[in-house]
Design a protein around this ligand. Structure first.
Ligand code: ATP
Length: 460
């Protein structure tokens, strides 16, 4: 699909900065490579996205249990998971222009996605790059250093006595917080297989090639769940999760043509199946989330390293087994970026002006409604209306500038409704309510606005 998008990354980055969604991290110090701070509008957007996800995958499911595990974990966890030994990226430097690249990315780009470097050894990657004379995407030369492994886990230390410090890691994924709590959750909640543990939390990766705004950062949030199931049911569940994950995105107003499944051909040694959902962005097709069949690998490894039995006993048959795991994981920041690019639109109005509008699903819109007094001397009444609405929804309040400019500003941050207070409001307690998408306006009594808006901002 080679549709030309109106949106570019530059437009999104500018809009995010000027409209209070996302700022460069440590901005007044010149920033800090690939860290970003969510501003007053952005924090609402991201929180709403996380809420919609939690509602869909935890609240609405009888057998999904949430946790919020510690970021710093016993270092043995990362031995068991394989991260201390294997969590690194294959790095190559171009000796001509000194740019650094991931060898697996070079291969995937060169083969236009036909080769998957994920399961290749370092030697196999070097062989591919040399045989195919893969050139540096930056300067076009073929002048590489050998591949070196670049460790992705951030290390820190604990301990107060000089010389007595232990290395601990900032977790590179949230998943281990669910695995180590498998027994705690199963017993305390009397959970029966199949059940899942869900978590939303921060993860940290010392990525070699971060970039593209919030697409790939060194600190990010993951929303994910680990399903524990019987082997016989595992593929059914895996397929069901592919569909559930896609439906969630479609329900958030993704254009179906901007989503596709990407099944992995080559798998990690323990995996039985793996699939990404990719989204079409200004960067091209990119991974948005992963669904992985991880067999009994994770629980078996924790059983081996912790010495604690991870056997589950079926309450009916008394059969004992280690459950299989189906993992579904999506980055909250990456999804935020995807939803920003999906929502962005430029419309030419009748008077020839361009209106920039974010068509967010109302449930994730940062503000559900903006209260706008037509003139400053109506602000007392407007603040009264604000006090009613703000008990129910996140509201914006703006009394500065022409009403047209105020509408444009709300369009740019995707506020689905604008309530205007005018002189008639003082007489009859009615207001004008304007719809972001159609720009149609209707008149409603103040007493009816909460119900009117509530019905239109739900996420089901
Ligand atoms: P990628 O191939 O893009 O590096 P991954 O396959 O390593 O991602 P997972 O470990 O499966 O990703 O993580 C699950 C999800 O977390 C990804 O689909 C993505 O949405 C998000 N994610 C992973 N790494 C980052 C990052 N550095 N910055 C932002 N989001 C990330």
């Amino acid at each position: 699909m080679e549709e030309k998008m109106k949106v570019t990354m530059e437009k999104i980055v500018n809009l995010c900065k000027t409209r209070g969604l996302i700022f460069p991290g440590s901005d007044i110090y010149g920033g800090m490579g690939n860290t970003w701070d969510y501003g007053p509008v952005g924090v609402e957007l991201k929180n709403n996205i996380k809420r919609a996800w939690w509602k869909r995958f935890v609240q609405e499911e009888v057998n999904v249990y949430g946790v919020d595990a510690a970021i710093l974990m016993n270092p043995r966890v990362w031995d068991a998971s394989g991260h201390t030994q294997n969590f690194s990226d294959p790095k190559m430097d171009c000796k001509s222009c000194k740019q650094r690249f991931r060898a697996d990315n070079l291969i995937e780009e060169h083969s236009k996605g036909k080769e998957s470097a994920e399961a290749m050894t370092t030697e196999q990657m070097e062989e591919y790059i040399n045989l195919n004379k893969v050139k540096c995407p930056h300067c076009g030369n073929f002048n590489w250093t050998p591949i070196r492994q670049f460790k992705l886990m951030f290390e820190t230390s604990r301990g107060t006595l000089e010389g007595e410090k232990d290395v601990v890691y900032l977790r590179p994924e949230t998943a281990q917080g669910e695995y180590v709590n498998f027994l705690n959750v199963q017993r305390s909640m009397r959970a029966k297989v199949p059940f899942a543990i869900a978590q939303i939390g921060k993860a940290f990766r010392n990525e070699i090639t971060p970039g593209n705004f919030i697409f790939r950062t060194i600190e990010f949030e993951q929303m994910e769940l680990q399903n524990f199931c019987r082997e016989e049911k595992s593929f059914e569940l895996y397929e069901a999760f592919k569909e559930k994950a896609k439906k969630f995105l479609l329900d958030l107003n993704f254009n179906p043509e901007h989503l596709r499944f990407h099944d992995h051909e080559k798998l990690a040694h323990y995996a039985k199946a793996a699939c990404d959902i990719q989204f079409y962005s200004p960067l091209g097709w990119e991974e948005l989330n992963g669904i992985h069949h991880r067999s009994t690998w994770d629980l078996s490894r924790h059983q081996e390293y912790s010495g604690k039995s991870m056997l589950y006993t079926d309450p009916v048959t008394n059969e004992k087994f280690i459950p299989n795991v189906i993992e579904y994981s999506i980055g909250a920041d990456r999804l935020t970026l995807a939803l920003l690019t999906e929502a962005y639109d430029e419309e030419t109005l009748e008077n020839g002006e361009i209106r920039v509008v974010m068509h967010f699903h109302p449930a994730i819109a940062p503000f559900k409604v903006a209260v706008l007094p037509l003139q400053k001397n109506l602000s007392e009444k407007a603040k009264h209306v604000y006090s009613i609405l703000s008990k129910e929804f996140m509201c914006d309040y703006d009394e500065a500038g022409s009403i047209g400019k105020r509408y444009r500003r709300e369009d740019e941050i995707g506020t689905p409704f604008c309530v205007t207070i005018d002189f008639d409001t003082l007489e009859d307690d009615t207001v004008t309510i304007r719809d972001r998408d159609s720009m149609q306006q209707i008149r409603l009594p103040i007493s009816e606005i909460v119900t009117y808006i509530s019905e239109r901002v739900k996420f089901n």
